[in-house]
Design a binder for this molecule. Structure first.
Ligand code: 4GX
Length: 248
């Protein structure tokens, strides 16, 4: 997979791309991330990338010319690669959107700063707009890093072979079950017996139920679309009933 980033602050990506899994994915040739400095596409002597908005009001707006030139130069003749603008106005980033982006051999991330970009950038050169959530960042860079991280781990081979990304909680539509490792007792808190007994079928059932219990407590909205067996639906009904009894 190839990811091109357009940004005024290419150095912001140093940390996340040079550690751990993203570092190894690049070393192994599974991922290539290229950073492009938008300022390199300016033509005036001050290398301006922003200007005051027409119509007045506060703040600055990113100018259309350097940005469109940068996008067109980086994209080249590749008309398949999505060009994604990170913006609070985009569709909200979810695991499903990550899976969709992971299907592309290449995509381009455009990081805006200031109050935003001249509207004609969208009209000319953007194919998709994504928001990582309903809050306001100082720029698109951290949002781009979130997207790169979530998409890269879906590339086959990026996580170890034993770590199929499809088994992830959000891919299953449930939150993760509780995890335990050594020691067996910490400050009087024991690891659940079923995890120590070696009955793998019993472990699977317990984990599914704990995942359902957690999802029901923390994110009941997710249960509307979760894929549950008949027995698991009954378990869920029992949870709801026990809760109703406790609160009555
Ligand atoms: N999820 N921001 C972008 C400047 C901007 C505004 C409009 C382009 C168009 C954000 C988010 C986010 C703040 C990044 C405004 N650029 N990006 N920036 N939430 O808050 O993605």
């Amino acid at each position: 997979m190839e990811i091109d980033i357009l940004t005024l602050f290419p150095a912001m990506f140093d940390g996340p791309l040079t550690e751990s899994i993203l570092k190894r994915a690049q070393e192994n040739g599974l991922l290539a991330v290229r950073r492009h400095d938008i300022r390199a596409y300016t033509t005036d002597k001050h290398h301006s990338v922003d200007h005051t908005p027409y119509g007045g009001g506060g703040g600055m707006v990113m100018m259309v010319e350097p940005l469109v030139k940068a996008i067109e130069d980086v994209r080249g003749t590749d008309d398949q690669a999505p060009v994604v603008l990170l913006t609070p106005q985009g569709r909200v980033f979810t695991q499903k959107v990550a899976q969709e982006l992971a299907q592309h051999q290449r995509f381009i991330l455009v990081c805006g700063r200031y109050e935003g970009v001249d509207e004609r950038v969208r009209q000319t050169a953007i194919t998709d707009q994504i928001s990582i959530g309903d809050y306001v960042l100082t720029g698109g860079e951290l949002a781009a890093m979130v997207i790169i991280d979530a998409v890269a781990r879906l590339i086959p081979g990026v996580l170890g072979a034993r770590w199929a990304a499809e088994e992830d909680s959000h891919a299953m539509g449930l939150l993760e079950y509780p995890h335990y490792t050594r020691p067996p007792i910490f400050r009087g808190m024991a690891v659940p017996e079923v995890l120590l007994a070696g009955d793998h079928a019993a472990v699977d059932t317990w984990r599914r139920r704990e995942a359902i219990r957690r999802t029901w407590k923390q994110r009941p909205d997710m249960l509307l679309t979760a894929d549950l067996s008949e027995a698991e639906r009954w378990f869920l009904a029992d949870l709801a009933e026990a809760d109703a009894m406790a609160t009555d």
